[in-house]
Design a protein around this ligand. Structure first.
Ligand code: MOS
Length: 692
């Protein structure tokens, strides 16, 4: 498809259409589902990391006034499918991680439910557990594929020989921490059964994927499950698939047919039940000639998964395609531990996987005496090193050059630890970023003319990303009408099928379906439609990914200040320049990009889930102790983009922007911290104790 939409609405700043209802508190979130007389569910979690429940005493909880039901493995329904062990709620006495759901209480009020949950007592036969990841474990294994279906290992040429022959090499081990997604809106589900059919108001990145997963687990036809989610207070991947609490809410509500049951996770419960980013240990090897040209890149990753369900993050995939090097190798090895199930977190794979290599590039630049921006430019490949295909568009060099100019990189003194401003050591750092420009194979849309207005319908999601607004702009341009003549309806399985909001593929995929529907509408009804006219569209077959390497690129620049006496770390400036196709709505795009960079800064300096080996418990499981960057940290974060229209990705010429902002940021900050202090921190987060 090479017929880019002529932009009129696309590319102009548009305010969020959902903004007023969100800031006035009238946008209904999942826990505010419009139901009468709901009951409330509170989950009970295992407080051992491994073992078996041998006895349960629910008598006191059941006798508590206001309690409607207590469910444990002893009295619960059998699920139709227990294949997905994360979702097989209460189907076994076995405890596979601390925090696993072992029971639930339903009561007239949330307070009674929570109180009674604490009154159910469990006796455990505890077994020794193991939650400690290390690269020298003897039980590391090789998964069949990595998320979602990449080859686990790759090898081209001979990295060892290239390392031997090179003028300069870097061999280092880097690590990223365990991180938990903390969207502002905690996960919540309201469930209501009527005559054997189920309605779920669920905080999710994809109503249609929740529907199909829940239907399978509960043994229902898809048509028997309706999922509604017009608004989401953030997801970042943790709402990309239903987790155990969604099934728990449905099971709990089944005990009270005709009455809705509300289940909202507490912030602390989110640290065991909705996924997290695996810690990674990354061994990086780089080999280069004196002129900076790489001959070899290798990245070997060790990460963790749970014993009950494998999630293998594709941490090494970006290293396969980022730079020109004839000899390349990557691998992924996993330890299956007694831990909760890891999952997606903003740019799973690329985000942690660009940390080690992009810090290693900084180390190589220093050894070679070559500027780190220039080193990256010298290793620009002509084609995708991995597939051999041309890039549909690749403007990394433009991002690096443009960013260097905006940031004032030209007069940078490369010596580490050489600049002081009062009591502060000052440094700057750079890193590249990349994210696939994906489009999902399936999504459908309807365009209708109704009460004199156009309505575009698709069961898509707006996680706070701007979907409500951007899809209207895309529909308006495809219809050739002003944006304010178009309404959008999303977030309900009654609407046409939409792929999940994941992998930065949403706007690309859903927008394509909407363009198809709008064109079909114009073909059928011309320029003067009547009320009730309606046309469908679907994402057409797409073969561009066989012929082209499809990616967005970016470059991040950071200034870091470290106080010479206290080690206090500040990031007064952070700038990213991105080449991500046509930008649909600059206002919401900027928000996505600076949001991604802020989350990257948070990863660099603050976030770190501390897993206690003695208990298997994330001890800092709340906002008091799991630190996230706040407004005070985000002093001056700017996002820019280069003019890029990619005709191969979709009819809009746009690439996804939800995730690329976070990729590279942590490396740019760690590199700047080194430049400021002369201390190379290879293990995130960069905290003051590591710099002093
Ligand atoms: Mo994103 S982690 O693909 O929701």
């Amino acid at each position: 498809m090479t017929d880019l939409l002529q932009p009129k609405a696309i590319g102009q700043d548009h305010a969020r259409r959902d903004g007023p209802s969100k800031v006035s508190g009238t946008a209904p979130y999942a826990n505010e589902a419009p139901v009468d007389n709901p009951a409330y569910c509170h989950l009970i979690q295992a407080d051992v990391a491994r073992g078996r429940v041998t006895a349960t005493d629910a008598a006191e909880a059941e006798a508590t006034p206001g309690v409607l039901a207590v469910l444990t493995p002893r009295n619960v329904e059998r699920l139709a499918s227990t294949e997905d062990k994360e979702l097989a709620v209460l189907q076994t006495d076995e405890v596979a991680f601390r925090g696993q759901i072992v029971g639930l209480v339903i009561a007239e009020t949330p307070e009674v439910a929570r109180q009674a949950a604490g009154l159910v007592s469990f006796t455990y036969a505890e077994q020794p557990h193991d939650v400690t990841l290390s690269a020298d474990r003897d039980d590391l294994y090789k998964p069949d594929t990595v998320n979602p279906s990449f080859a686990t290992d790759t090898s081209t040429g001979d990295v060892d020989a290239a390392m031997q022959a090179a003028d300069v090499t870097v061999t280092q081990t880097y690590s990223t921490a365990m991180y938990h997604n903390n969207p502002m809106e905690p996960h919540a589900t309201t469930a209501l059964w009527n005559d054997g059919d189920l309605v779920l108001w669920d905080s999710t990145q994809g109503v249609h994927s929740v529907r199909s997963t829940v239907a399978k687990v509960l043994g229902l036809a898809k048509e028997q499950v309706r999922v509604i989610c017009p608004y989401v207070g953030g997801g970042f991947g943790s709402k990309g698939m239903p987790h155990a609490h969604v099934i728990a809410a449905a099971m709990g509500a089944r005990a009270l047919p005709g009455r809705a049951v509300k289940l909202a996770l507490t912030r602390q419960q989110m640290f065991s039940l909705v996924g997290y980013r695996t810690p990674t240990i990354q061994r990086v090897r780089l080999a280069a000639a004196k002129d900076g040209r790489l001959s070899a890149i290798a990245l070997d990753v060790v990460e963790q998964t749970s014993r009950i369900k494998e999630f293998a993050e594709q941490t090494a995939v970006a290293a396969r395609m980022m730079y020109a090097a004839a000899h390349r190798a990557t691998s992924h090895r996993l330890a299956a531990l007694d831990v909760p199930v890891p999952s997606w977190m903003r740019a799973p794979g690329e985000c942690p996987g660009m940390f080690g290599p992009e810090v290693a590039m900084d180390e190589l630049a220093e050894r070679l005496g070559i500027d780190p921006v220039e080193l990256r430019i010298r290793n620009e490949p002509e084609r995708d090193p991995e597939s051999g295909n041309p890039f549909s568009s690749r403007n990394l060099v433009t991002c690096l050059r443009d960013g260097a100019e905006r940031f004032g990189w030209a007069d940078r003194d490369p010596r580490p630890g050489a600049r002081r401003d009062g009591g502060w050591l000052v440094g700057t750092g750079v890193a590249s970023s990349v994210y696939p420009a994906s489009r999902m194979p399936k999504s459908d849309a309807t365009v209708r003319f109704e009460d004199g207005r156009y309505v575009a319908e698709i069961g898509a999601a707006d996680l706070g990303t701007g979907t409500w607004t951007t899809l209207a702009l895309i529909a308006a341009d495809a219809l050739g009408v002003p944006a304010d003549e178009v309404d959008v309806r999303i977030g309900d399985t009654e609407q046409p099928f939409a792929s999940v909001a994941g992998g930065s593929s949403g706007t690309s995929t859903w927008g394509t379906a909407i363009v198809e529907a709008a064109r079909a509408f114009r073909d059928k009804f011309g320029q003067d439609p009547q009320d009730g006219d309606e046309a469908q569209g679907q994402v057409p077959e797409y073969r561009a990914s066989e012929r082209y390497a499809l990616y967005a690129f970016g470059a991040q620049f950071a200034e870091v200040r470290v106080h010479a006496d206290t080690g206090e770390i500040r990031v007064p400036r952070l700038a990213g320049v991105f080449a991500a196709g046509r930008v649909v709505n600059p206002r919401t795009a900027r928000s996505q990009l600076i949001g991604g960079m802020t989350m990257g800064m948070s990863m660099a300096l603050h976030e770190n889930s501390v897993l206690d080996p003695a208990t298997g418990h994330v001890v800092n499981h709340d906002f008091a102790e799991y630190h996230i960057a706040t407004c005070a940290d985000a002093a001056n974060i700017e996002a820019y983009w280069v003019d890029e229209h990619d005709p191969h990705v979709n009819p809009m010429g746009s690439k996804g922007i939800g995730e690329i902002g976070i990729v590279g940021t942590a490396a740019a900050i760690a590199n700047a911290a080194y430049h400021a202090t002369g201390v190379r921190v290879r293990d995130l987060p960069v905290t003051l104790d590591k710099l002093l």
